[in-house]
Structure formats: C-alpha cells, structure tokens
Design a binder for this molecule. Structure first.
Ligand code: HEC
Ligand code: HEC
Ligand code: HEC
Ligand code: HEC
Ligand code: HEC
Length: 471
C-alpha cells in the first residue's frame, strides 16, 4: 500500500516543479500532524505556534498542491505532448485502463483530491475555532493586544470570548472580522499600527448583537448600594467612606426611570460629538413621546453644524465602555490596594508616596520598576529609618504591589499611560455622565440635562470617617 503510494507520488512528480510541489505538500502534512499532536498534548503552548500551524503550514500545503498541475502544464508545453501521452509515460498501463468507474488512475486522483479537500476543510474549521480563543486574540500579536489582554484577565468578563463582544454572531460580521484579523496580523508583522489602539473601535458590532446576547436590556436592576473608600495623603493615609444608592433602574407607572432609562425601548438618546473620542458633545437629543427629538445644543457650536451622519445612539458601550479592559486611574488603583490591605496603611505617608512613585514619568518599564522601588525604599530609609527596618516586609509588599499595578496599566511600547483610556461609567474629571449631564447643553426652552446629585444616586454617606452601615 505504502509502496503504491510512493510510486504514485513519484509518477505525478513529472518535473522539478511538480516534485517540489509534492515535497512541500507531503512535508507540510506531516509537520501539521506532529504540531497538532504537540499542541494537543500541551508540549507547545505559544500562540505563535498556532499561527504557524493554522496559517503558515496550510498555506504551504496548498502552495504545494498548486505547484503539481503547474509542473504538468509546463512539461506539456516543453515536450509538446498531450496529457494522455504524458500519463502513459508516467504511469503503468494497467492504471490507465478504463473500468466501470473510469481508470484506476482517475479513481486514485479523485480519491486524493477528496482527501485534500477534506483535510483543508478540517484545518479551516480548526483554525477558525483556534482564532476565536481569547488566548489567541490576546497573545498572537503580543505587543499590540498585551494591554487589553492583561486588563481583560482581571475583569468580570475574563471568561467571555473576545469575539462575543467584538464580533457578535452574525455571519457577515464573523467573516469580516476574520479578514480584518488577518490584515491585523499582517500589520503587526510590519509593525504598522496605531499606538495606543484608538477607541472607539469602529469595527465593533452594535451592542444589540453583543452585550445584549447575554444581558437583557429590559432587565430591572433596581437600586445598587456601592461603597467607595478613598485615602488622604496625610501621614496616616486617613480613609474616607462614601456610600451611594445607585438608582440603576426602577419601573414606574409611566415607564422606566433611573440610569438605565436611556436604553429602554420607549427611549432613545442620540449624540453628535466634536471628535471621535466622544468627549465633547455638539448636541444631544432625547426622543419625546410624540416621536420627535428634543435637542440640547452646545452654544460653542451654535452655527447649526449638520452632523446627522455622525449621530450615535447611546447604547451599552456609550456608558460601559470598559467592561473588559478596565484601566484604573492611579488614585483609584492605589486606594483599592490600601483597602485590600495589600499596601499597609500603617506605613507613614504611604498613600502620598505610592501615588508619587507610580505617576512619575519613566522612559521604559524596567526603569519604572526600579524607580518605584527606589522611591519607596529611599523615602523610608531617609525619613523613617526605624520603620524602614521594622516594617521591611510591608515595604517590600507595597513595592511589589505598585510594580504589578504599573505593569498592568502602563504600557510604554503602546504609549498607554494613566488616563489613556477613560472610563465613562461615573463622572471622574467631569467626563462620563457629565459629558451630557452638564449646564452647557441647552434645548430651545433653555432646559439643560439635569446634573442634580440625586438624579442618579442617593448619597447615603459622603467622605465620612467611618464606613456606612445599612440599617
Ligand atoms: C465584555 C466585552 C468585551 C470582551 C470580552 C473583550 N472586549 Fe475588547 N473592548 C470592549 C469594549 C466595549 C471596548 C471599547 C469600545 C469603544 O470604546 O468603542 C473594547 C476595546 C478593545 C480594544 C481597543 C483598545 C481599547 O482598550 O479600547 C482592543 C485592542 C480590544 N478591545 C481587544 C480585546 C481582546 C484581545 C479581547 C480578548 C482577550 C477582548 N478585547 C475582549 C469589549 C470587550
Ligand atoms: C457571553 C456573554 C456576555 C457578553 C457578550 C457580555 N457580558 Fe457582561 N457579563 C456577563 C457575565 C456572565 C457577567 C457576570 C460576571 C460576574 O458576575 O462576575 C457579566 C457582567 C457584566 C457587568 C457587571 C460587571 C460587574 O462589575 O459586576 C456589566 C456592567 C456588563 N457585564 C456589561 C456588559 C457589556 C457592556 C457588554 C457588551 C460590550 C457585555 N457585558 C457583554 C456575560 C456577558
Ligand atoms: C449622550 C448623552 C448622555 C450620557 C453620556 C448620559 N446621559 Fe443620562 N440622560 C441624557 C438625556 C438626554 C436625558 C434626558 C434628559 C431630559 O429629557 O431632560 C438623560 C436622563 C438621565 C436620567 C433620568 C432618567 C429618568 O428617570 O427620567 C438619569 C438617571 C441619567 N440620565 C443617568 C445617567 C448616568 C448615570 C450616566 C453616566 C453613566 C448618563 N446618564 C450618561 C443623556 C445622557
Ligand atoms: C447611561 C449610561 C448607561 C447605559 C447606556 C447602560 N448602562 Fe448599565 N449601568 C450604568 C451604571 C451607571 C451602572 C451602575 C454602575 C456601578 O455599579 O458602578 C450600570 C450597571 C449595569 C450592570 C450591573 C448591575 C449590577 O447589579 O451590578 C449591568 C449588567 C449593566 N449595567 C448592563 C448594561 C447593558 C447590557 C446595557 C445596554 C443594553 C447598559 N447597561 C447600558 C449605566 C449605563
Ligand atoms: C448623571 C448621573 C449622575 C449625576 C447627576 C451625579 N452623579 Fe455622582 N456618580 C454617578 C455614577 C454613575 C457614579 C458611580 C461611578 C462608579 O460606579 O464608579 C457616581 C459616583 C459618585 C461618587 C463616588 C465616586 C468617587 O470616585 O468618589 C461621588 C462622591 C459622587 N458621585 C458625587 C456626586 C455629586 C456630589 C453630584 C452632584 C454634584 C453627583 N455625583 C451627580 C452618576 C451621577
């Protein structure tokens, strides 16, 4: 059987080109099988190996297959013979006798063609599956996706596939995304992409096809109590406690009220912003009961610029723009570590110094990591020599936590620093909700979109020295 197979391969290798084709195809096939086994057994795990297995090797396999008929065609014109004559020269005559289903050769060729098609189809399916895995999206283009991959793994969506949010389930979207993905791999290999990757992501499917596959927009979330702890920059890093009752959504006889009011079917909010960042609004419109839109305009842009083409509807991502890639600001990141007691508040001035150490400008990651360590250890050695000794382990732990934090949020090679990717969920730095809920935007009757502190949350406690206890 094996002999016969070899004889067949030998026969179709009519000249150098066909022979090269046969060699390339057979060796890619063998390499493919070995690599897949290695990948399955976990001997190799690198995402680049996946690229090799599912993109490079199959390309060679197909290239080899194409070379074989090219070789035959060239041979035909070189020796001025018909295909039939060449076949007679290359194959034993019993292979060429026509039987019920055609000659044995024909059956063989048909069989191998079918086998090849099956094989290619199988690889394509496998490749498709493989490229849908977050680990592929996150690590195949290591530098580019590194920041999103790192933050994704810490997010509430760490188990959700990238494609569930970025592509959705529509077939056109899926195919488009694959083409786009291949283009991105190509750009990555040429090193030509934007750093940082710009947002909003224009190729992202609408929230209806992504978020809403898992979250039902009409779900009632009621009120959510949320605690915030912040720490002063004094010697004791004094904590302050704020507690809000976020009015996410409540049903009322007249429809829905509260924060998720924007996304209920009865309502629609649209906006046109100055630039792509969606930070400064030109106008914002809310649909009224009669179906018309009430427009709130920014007087800075009163010359009635028509931007109907650039109108966006406020959907989930308009507020939840960081469900998976949460880049905290330095202050919140440090507050969290203090709250979790990973950074010990008994260290004098630790809030102030921690913040100073991570917000300094460093030329690269390595310098930053040593810089953070130097900053913290020098501070205690020079100002609190006894504490530097007695609380040595706590200082080390703080340094490690700050270095890890820096590594997670700051990415020099992608030009990502503090504040590169703002979070729109609250109103830090008058951004987020306050892009619309401000005094500036006015409708025709002079009304503004309310910025009343009690519109979105009841403030149960505000910067109190003790944590709020729900009674
Ligand atoms: C829960 C949904 C969700 C998941 C899962 C998700 N993303 Fe995102 N991603 C988003 C949203 C939302 C944005 C911001 C879109 C915007 O602002 O227009 C985004 C933005 C990005 C950006 C642009 C840069 C940035 O930070 O804004 C990249 C790159 C990216 N995601 C890659 C990935 C990769 C790789 C994975 C999987 C490892 C992934 N995403 C998983 C929702 C998701
Ligand atoms: C494949 C399903 C899936 C998709 C798609 C998805 N989510 Fe989620 N989402 C979840 C699950 C599961 C949780 C609960 C995680 C938990 O409880 O830890 C969650 C949690 C959340 C939360 C609460 C987070 C928190 O801090 O507890 C928000 C907000 C959210 N999703 C928004 C979004 C947005 C916006 C999108 C679209 C960009 C999206 N989700 C897409 C499954 C999904
Ligand atoms: C793109 C603009 C825009 C953004 C961003 C925005 N809103 Fe609104 N919001 C509106 C408009 C417009 C109204 C309706 C105002 C009116 O008709 O008087 C509204 C109304 C509301 C209401 C009142 C709903 C009711 O019960 O009648 C709440 C609560 C609210 N927004 C919360 C928020 C929160 C919280 C955020 C940030 C996470 C936010 N909004 C972000 C435009 C926006
Ligand atoms: C106007 C801004 C806005 C829009 C639009 C919006 N949300 Fe929210 N959503 C919020 C805010 C604010 C919260 C409370 C955030 C917090 O817990 O800190 C929230 C909370 C949530 C939660 C968490 C509830 C919980 O109990 O923790 C989920 C899940 C969620 N939203 C999903 C969605 C989905 C899905 C969409 C789109 C259909 C959407 N949101 C649209 C502002 C918005
Ligand atoms: C349009 C809705 C809206 C309005 C108006 C609003 N807030 Fe908020 N605020 C939010 C949301 C949403 C959050 C939750 C952010 C989060 O979950 O991180 C928040 C968070 C906060 C926090 C805790 C966040 C922190 O970083 O400390 C404070 C304090 C606060 N708001 C105070 C106020 C005050 C004071 C006003 C009135 C001047 C006000 N808010 C008006 C929506 C609003």
């Amino acid at each position: 059987m094996y002999r016969k197979y070899l004889a067949f391969l030998h026969a179709i290798s009519i000249n150098l080109i066909s022979r090269v084709g046969v060699i390339i195809t057979s060796s890619s096939f063998v390499t493919f099988i070995i690599m897949v086994i290695a990948l399955q057994l976990g001997i190799v795990t690198n995402a680049y190996v996946g690229l090799l297995i599912y993109l490079a090797i199959p390309s060679f396999f197909i290239l080899g297959l194409i070379l074989i008929p090219i070789g035959w065609r060239l041979q035909k014109s070189r020796v001025h013979k018909q295909t039939g004559e060449l076949l007679e020269e290359q194959f034993p005559s019993e292979d060429l006798i026509s039987g019920v289903f055609g000659s044995r050769l024909l059956i063989k060729v048909a069989f191998f063609t079918l086998l090849n098609i099956l094989f290619i189809a199988l690889i394509s399916l496998e490749a498709f599956e493989y490229m849908n895995q977050p680990v592929f999206c996150g690590t195949a283009c290591h530098n580019v996706m590194g920041p999103e991959w790192a933050t994704y793994q810490q997010s509430p969506h760490a188990r959700i596939k990238c494609v569930a949010c970025h592509v959705g389930e529509k077939t056109e979207a899926v195919f488009f995304a694959k083409f786009n993905g291949v283009r991105q791999v190509y750009l990555e290999s040429l090193n030509s992409y934007n750093r940082p990757i710009p947002t909003p992501v224009h190729t992202m499917a609408p929230a209806r096809e992504t978020c809403e596959q898992c979250h039902w927009s009409d779900k009632s979330y009621g009120t959510k109590i949320k605690d915030f702890v912040s720490y002063d920059t004094d010697e004791a890093s004094t904590p302050y406690y704020t507690t809000l009752a976020l009015n996410i959504e409540t049903a009322s006889p007249t429809g829905r009220e509260g924060i998720h009011w924007h996304i209920s079917v009865e309502n629609e909010v649209r906006y046109a912003s100055v630039d792509d960042k969606n930070l400064t609004m030109i106008y914002v419109e809310a649909r009224t009961d009669d179906g018309s839109f009430n427009r709130f305009t920014n007087p800075d842009f009163s010359e009635n610029v028509d931007l109907s083409g650039a109108l966006r509807t406020l959907d989930c991502i308009g507020c939840h723009n960081r469900p998976a890639h949460i880049f905290l600001d330095a202050e919140t990141a440090v507050n969290n570590k203090l709250e979790q007691n990973v950074i010990n508040t008994s260290l004098p001035y630790i809030k102030r110094e921690a913040l100073a150490s991570i917000t300094q400008e460093y030329p690269d990651k390595q310098t930053a990591l040593t810089g953070i360590e130097d900053h913290i250890t020098t501070f205690y050695r020079e100002n609190y020599p006894e504490i530097a000794v007695s609380m040595g382990p706590a200082i080390n732990e703080a340094v490690l936590a700050l270095q890890e934090m820096y590594g997670l949020y700051i990415h020099h090679d992608m030009n990502i620093t503090w504040g590169t990717y703002p979070n729109f969920i609250g109103h830090k730095n008058d951004s987020g909700c306050m892009r619309c809920h401000n005094d500036m935007l006015e409708d025709e009757t002079g009304n503004t979109i309310s910025g009343d502190c009690e519109l979105c949350h009841t403030i149960l406690a505000y910067d109190e020295p003790e944590p709020f206890i729900v009674k």
